[in-house]
Design a protein around this ligand. Structure first.
Ligand code: GLC
Length: 532
């Protein structure tokens, strides 16, 4: 096996900073809070923490509307608190990855204030301004991801500006070299402060069609869908020249030693893998969200794993994600009973896993009463189930008031089950989901074949998925039962002999010879005997 880098061997853990740990009783998490909880990450065994945006922001989109790229919002702390966090993260042998939001700024960013001031302002071209259509309406049919048109008229200067998200999030013009240079300096600012890499927000949005042609209608749009689904985003996103922009970002990343560039990309596999770059000069890890949208049947999982595994270019490194702050919780998507096999799948596939805070204890979507909705998407397109508050609720640490998250009033309601589903309780239970995650992570570390070996499907019938991870040194078999009925005598390749290393269910350490039975929703990892 070739020498691997930390972001290939390691496991990422995403922290949504508003919801992880509050240290000053304002009901919102902060940097000192994250620092106070680093023990949890060490106990869990992950290698790197990615923190969603912490920069000064009016919080129209909870930090994804950045008003100053080189500061810390007072809600989260200040640069001293950030430096303390970096020092402690590194002191524990962990890495820290920040969210970089280059596609758009806040409308309160000084650059946008200048840009909108006058048509001849030197910063006018830092954003995307267009004349109205002949009828006075928006320049084209592009829709905002959060509902309504993606163009807002600035009455004073008589032009529309483009915003792929909220009107408070104007898109930067990445065709302008001055914008690119300014944003490159932002990356350098944080890397010089010790940051180990970036997760780049909506990286596939950075370039738009130079002629601003209309998007084609989406034949699959159905009433009840969000506005963004009315049209296919073929002109407004994923343009061929975005890869030049990303290569420039990568070159900046490579100015510093051993940093990582991760891209947020919601595209089908064939388009997704282009973000590695034609000669691997793109993102190190274009986020792979296939498991988020998958149906959890063995044939479908096997098909998407095979398609993805084959599509990752030679020399490119795969990765897998079960959840994030924009998607319903995995426990709610596939049902609590399957969270254990899901954890085993995530931590035994070929490629870097990313965990979302709280998934390690099986946190579920928390229903949010309408009057407590916070997410602007929910407010713009209410009642369609598009809102993201349910997966952003406070971390459940213990059974004390507000789950140990805050001494104040939490910014989103806590899950009703926090007194029984929390880190403290699950640490005490040998068979808890949390301890399964810890065991899986420890096993992945102890058996390099699990991060670096090849993947080979053995069985994908009905609800049973069996695959091998192989290297010159070792071979591990993973068998997952996705269903609630037992599976008796699953045949394994002739001559299969081995030893169960770990099961999602208690009390299993037997020898395996030729076949295997699985209990309902059980997954097992088997170390195969070395062939003589
Ligand atoms: C990304 C973020 C999401 C945010 C959007 C706009 O998809 O993950 O939370 O709302 O970009 O920045």
């Amino acid at each position: 096996m070739a020498q691997t880098r930390w972001w290939q061997r390691g496991i990422f853990y995403q922290v949504y900073p508003r919801s992880f740990q509050d240290s000053n009783a304002d009901g919102i998490g902060d940097l000192d809070g994250i620092r106070a909880r680093l023990d949890h990450l060490v106990t869990l065994g992950v290698d790197a923490v990615w923190i969603s945006p912490i920069f000064p922001s009016p919080m129209a989109d909870f930090g994804y509307d950045v008003a100053d790229y080189c500061g810390i919002d007072p809600m989260f702390g200040d640069l001293d608190a950030f430096d303390r966090l970096v020092a402690e993260v590194h002191g524990r042998g962990l890495k820290i990855v920040l969210d970089f939001v280059p596609n758009h700024t806040s409308d309160q960013h000084p650059w946008f204030a200048e840009s909108r001031a006058a048509r001849d302002n030197p910063k006018r071209d830092w954003y995307i301004w267009r004349d109205p259509a002949p009828d006075g309406g928006p320049p084209n049919n592009w829709m905002s991801n959060f509902g309504g048109p993606a163009w807002s008229l600035d009455a004073a200067t008589g032009q529309y500006y483009y915003h792929a998200f909220l009107k408070e999030q104007p898109d930067l013009n990445w065709r302008n070299p001055a914008v690119r240079a300014a944003m490159h300096d932002v990356l350098r600012f944080w890397m010089a402060r010790g940051v180990d890499g970036f997760r780049v927000d909506v990286i596939w949005h950075l370039m738009k069609d130079a002629e601003f042609r209309d998007n084609p209608p989406n034949p699959e749009y159905a009433p009840g869908d969000g506005d963004i689904r009315r049209f296919l985003q073929t002109r407004s996103t994923d343009q061929p020249d975005v890869h030049d922009i990303i290569a420039e970002l990568r070159a900046v990343i490579d100015e510093y030693e051993d940093r990582v560039l991760i891209g947020e990309i919601y595209l089908p596999i064939d388009r997704l893998v282009a973000y590695y770059g034609e000669n691997l000069e793109g993102a190190h890890l274009p986020f792979n969200f296939q498991l988020i949208h998958a149906s959890w049947t063995a044939p479908q999982l096997a098909a998407l794993i095979a398609e993805y595994d084959a599509a990752v270019p030679e020399g490119g490194w795969p990765n897998w994600v079960l959840g994030n702050h924009d998607q319903p919780r995995i426990a709610s998507r596939i049902g609590a009973a399957r969270t254990r096999v899901a954890a085993m799948l995530l931590l035994t596939l070929r490629g870097t896993p990313t965990l979302y805070y709280g998934d390690e204890i099986g946190m579920e979507n928390v229903p949010i009463p309408t009057q407590e909705a916070q997410d602007p998407w929910e407010k713009n397109e209410p009642g369609l189930g598009l809102g993201r508050d349910p997966e952003r609720t406070p971390m459940q640490w213990d059974a004390s008031p507000h789950a140990g998250f805050t001494n104040g009033r939490p910014w989103l309601p806590l899950a009703a089950d926090f007194a029984t589903r929390n880190v403290a309780v699950q640490m005490q239970q040998p068979t808890s989901l949390l301890n399964l995650y810890r065991d899986l992570i420890a096993l992945r570390r102890a058996h390099p074949v699990l991060h670096a070996g090849t993947y080979r499907k053995i069985t994908a019938l009905g609800d049973v998925l069996v695959f091998l991870r192989e290297s010159a040194a070792e071979c591990v078999l993973v068998a997952l039962n996705l269903a609630g009925n037992a599976q008796e005598d699953i045949p394994l390749p002739p001559g299969t002999l081995g030893q169960v290393l770990l099961s999602t269910e208690p009390g299993r350490a037997e020898r395996v010879e030729g076949h295997l039975s699985l209990r309902p929703y059980e997954g097992v990892i088997v170390a195969l005997d070395a062939r003589g």
